[in-house]
Design a protein. Structure first.
Lengths: 133, 334
């Protein structure tokens, strides 16, 4: 899991989500949703920015055991969370609600929390991958 | 290297599963919200309070005999109600009998066409509500016209489209159907009590049972509140920073005095009429003397119906014609 690639991916996803929100809002007759409009900021803040920080503070993090699992879990959580935000936005613009949207938020944040926990564990154990020894 | 390949394969599998699960769960969420009909309560006549049933028995509007008057669109009906003769005057934009007086004015102002129905009643029991197909549920819909005709209404407007949301207080005709507080930005629900007076309650707590005990017959959760004490509710944040700020088709209900109501429906999303902002709508009520007013579902849902005809020009902006919705407010004898 290359840090640079991850950062670039997050930026590209953010641009995609930003464009999706803009285009969707064009058909909303002036009805907007902050959740949808701001979803790209979460991708930049909790995605790209976090990995830029990691790159600056822990440039060799990719060689630690558990890092890939952290990435996998954290990124999955982000994907579920952003999906939930877009769904919430679609429903909000239409004037509706759904009890199921909260599941996306819950599961997404849960995955991200597990990812952060795995990251902490990695940092505490500082086990490096066999190939990096 | 072997470990790295193994992890990559797992990662691809996991990503594929995640994408499939997200697509399926998103599709189900959207289908549940927009398409799949769910019936929660079928409204039987027995569920409606005795008072309402008694009124239905007394009026017998089905027995009205229509007597044509001198002009083609102006007629006087004589209703035989248990031996009492009631004179009914009906035009394209009005209805008058001894208990109900409805007159609708079409106004064209600054590129906006809107319809103001001035309604005066002799008793609050003439102001009623109905669900699509007489079912309280989700995605169960009919047009305003269909519901009005099914309930022998004289006049009707669209309601708050409660069936599009899972939250928000729903009391209709004295029955509590949903007591889940709304977590939307709209801070108040509209209530109508047994005297026919409009009021507002906060959305942040479930107080349905208390409201029923205090005599509330109807509630609507859409909003925002437009007029309070005869003033535009300008201090209400919703009216200033509502997420539906642009000019749009609108429907709203207001009250001038006891049993004297204003219903305003605004055409919008069309070349002939761009629609109104919430502030403009609130001002329209204040200008006509309303002391309180509340915004209902608008956009493509906005519809006003009188004596078998749609008065406004409903459009969603993409599709003309009435939208199927979940509920109406209506004036009726039966």
């Amino acid at each position: 899991m290359n840090l640079n690639k991850t950062i670039i991916r997050y930026v590209l996803y953010a641009i995609g989500v930003f464009l999706f929100a803009k285009i969707y809002t064009l058909f909303g007759h002036g009805v907007t949703s902050l959740w949808m409009s701001n979803a790209y900021l979460y991708l930049l803040g909790l995605g790209a920015f976090v990995f830029i920080l990691l790159k600056i503070i822990l440039p060799d993090i990719a060689q630690y055991k558990g890092y890939r699992l952290f990435c996998q879990t954290y990124n999955s959580g982000m994907a579920i969370l952003i999906n939930g935000m877009l769904l919430y936005g679609i429903l909000e613009i239409a004037g509706g609600t759904s009890v199921y949207v909260s599941w996306f938020f819950g599961v997404g944040i849960g995955f991200m929390a597990i990812g952060v926990a795995l990251f902490m564990k990695t940092m505490i154990s500082k086990d490096v991958l066999p190939s990096s020894v | 290297m072997k470990n790295s390949h193994k992890f990559s394969a797992k990662r691809i599998r996991w990503t594929a599963i995640l994408i499939i699960v997200m697509i399926l769960s998103s599709a189900y969420t959207l289908l549940d919200a927009f398409v799949i009909p769910k019936s929660y309560v079928v409204v039987a006549q027995e569920q409606i309070g005795n008072e309402v049933i008694d009124i239905q028995d007394d009026t017998k509007v089905d027995n009205i005999e229509v007597v044509e008057m001198s002009t083609s669109n102006n007629q006087v009906d004589e209703a035989q109600t248990d031996g009492v003769q009631t004179e009914v005057s009906i035009t394209d934009h009005s209805y008058i009998d001894e208990h109900i007086n409805i007159s609708i004015e079409t106004i064209e102002e600054d590129g906006v066409v809107f319809y103001v129905a001035d309604v005066q009643l002799s008793d609050a029991s003439y102001l009623k509500t109905a669900f699509a197909n007489d079912i309280f549920g989700k995605n169960i819909t009919e047009t305003t016209s269909e519901m009005a005709e099914a309930n022998n209404a004289i006049f009707a407007i669209n309601g708050d489209y409660y069936g599009f949301r899972d939250t928000g207080l729903v009391i209709r005709n004295g029955i509590l159907y949903r007591d889940v507080s709304s977590n939307t930005t709209n801070d108040q629900s509209l209530t109508i009590d047994s005297e026919g007076n409009l009021g507002f309650v906060d959305n942040d707590e479930s107080i349905g049972t208390e409201l029923i005990e205090s005599g509330i017959l109807q509630s609507f959760t859409f909003g925002p509140t437009l007029v309070v004490d005869g003033q535009v509710s300008a201090t209400n944040e919703d009216i200033v920073s509502h997420h539906v700020q642009q000019s749009n088709p609108r429907t709203a209900i207001g009250q001038i005095s006891p049993l004297h109501y204003l219903f305003i429906v605004v055409d919008g999303r069309a070349d002939e009429s761009e629609g109104m902002t919430l502030q403009e709508l609130a001002q329209a009520f204040v200008d006509r003397g309303a002391t309180v007013a509340y915004n209902l579902d608008g956009g493509g849902s906005s519809a006003m119906w009188l004596n078998g005809n749609i008065i406004n020009n409903p459009t969603s902006g993409r599709k003309d014609g009435e939208r199927k919705i979940s509920d109406i407010i209506y004036i009726g004898n039966e």
